[in-house]
Design a protein around this ligand. Structure first.
Ligand SMILES: Nc1nc2c(ncn2[C@@H]2O[C@H](COP(=O)(O)OP(=O)(O)OP(=O)(O)O)[C@@H](O)[C@H]2O)c(=O)[nH]1
Ligand SMILES: [Mg+2]
Length: 334
């Protein structure tokens, strides 16, 4: 499977129109003089961040974006029309890279942010522009300037406040569906979630964005399962919510497996504050819960929260814990 959140796109801005060489010719008017108009400007290629998109999948279907060329100038001082610009609409959080896929051109982090990726060529001057006292009949004009063409990479790193991580079936999507209006696909098989989902949670009158990404399994950093490429989406979050299902036989191992993958991915993800929660606690009895909570506490070095999205247990506490980190002005985390 290809990297869903990356796309290679070819762009080309419009060439400028050429200026015209023309002379005024009319009955009874002698020496009418030059009247060749200027060429129009070529269209630009822009990129704009818009809300409501969370994948770059559209760019798999359309990979070429060309702005229109400026039209040529014409006689009787007519200027050519400017070429129409084109705008690539991308999700907020998209980064644009040069063809080497390393040099960042722009990072679009706010809705409505626009950036000109390629400027259209200027139109050329018509011969009317070159008339002077010493040359009253110039018979040349400028050609328009060529547009720019290049290949760029788009890479999406969603912008969310909190990121959900965990093994497949940990209940990440269920958590998102319960506390936000997002409706991700939920099912009891691994890798139900194939692309990230965003939702807005509200707690105590404050809103924040939660990102749900596909589950991680051992070896994800080597590409096992869906791999770890979706971790790019939690790179920019303030806090991680690490869900460990109470249905796991060995919760400590489940926790460590995911932590290990986060470490292998790098990019400072393991330095982020992490809130650990034992999820799906409605499926086990009190004794087992105690045991598993203890085992998980030992593995993560703090007391995990306990929640069940289905039974509605511990959800408010979890959202409060996330919010506390997100609104923490010091950025110290805990
Ligand atoms: N009993 C119970 N079942 C739950 C709970 N949360 C999730 N489930 C079930 O567990 C299964 C997996 O839930 P998902 O939310 O799809 O899990 P996920 O972590 O998003 O899984 P992937 O997308 O595959 O990584 C589904 O059948 C859910 O109905 C819970 O709190 N209690
Ligand atoms: Mg899911």
């Amino acid at each position: 499977m290809k990297f869903l959140d990356e796309a290679k796109v070819y762009i080309r801005s419009g060439d400028g129109g050429a200026g015209a060489v023309s002379f005024r010719r009319e009955k009874f008017i002698e020496f009418g003089g030059p009247d060749g108009g200027d060429g129009g400007r070529g269209g630009d290629v822009w990129v704009e961040a818009v809300n409501g998109l969370n994948t770059l999948i559209d760019f798999r279907y359309q990979q070429h974006f060309k702005a229109a060329i400026g039209t040529h100038g014409m006689g009787r001082n007519r200027t050519g029309a400017n070429g129409a610009s084109v705008t690539l609409k991308v999700p907020v959080g998209t980064q644009i890279f040069e063809e080497d896929n390393e040099t960042l051109i722009v990072d679009l982090v706010t809705e409505g942010q626009r950036f000109k990726l390629a400027a259209g060529g200027n139109g050329g001057f018509g011969n009317a522009h070159f008339k002077s006292s010493t040359n009253q009949a110039p018979n040349w004009a400028n050609p328009g300037l060529a547009g720019e063409e290049k290949t760029i990479w788009l890479r999406l790193k969603l912008i969310a406040d909190a990121g959900l991580v965990g093994l497949p079936n940990a209940g990440k999507s269920t958590f998102l569906a319960t506390c936000t209006r997002a409706r991700p696909k939920i099912a009891n098989y691994p890798f139900t979630t194939l692309h990230p989902n965003l939702g807005v949670a509200t707690i105590d009158g404050r809103e924040f964005i939660i990102a749900d990404i596909p589950g991680l399994i051992e070896g994800a950093h080597e590409g096992v399962g869906l791999g770890d490429r979706f971790l790019g989406h939690v790179e920019r979050t303030r806090v991680l919510l690490h869900l460990v299902s109470a249905q796991e036989e060995d919760v400590a191992k489940a926790y460590k497996t995911v932590r290990h993958e986060l470490e292998a991915y790098g990019e400072g993800i393991t330095d982020k504050p992490e809130i650990v929660a034992l999820s799906q606690i409605d499926v086990i009895d009190a004794d087992e819960l105690k045991k598993k909570a203890k085992a998980l506490a030992k593995a993560c070095g703090k007391t995990p929260l306990q929640l069940s999205a289905v039974a509605g247990i511990g959800m408010t506490e979890t959202l409060r814990a996330l919010r506390a980190v997100i609104t923490d002005p010091e950025g110290t985390g805990e």
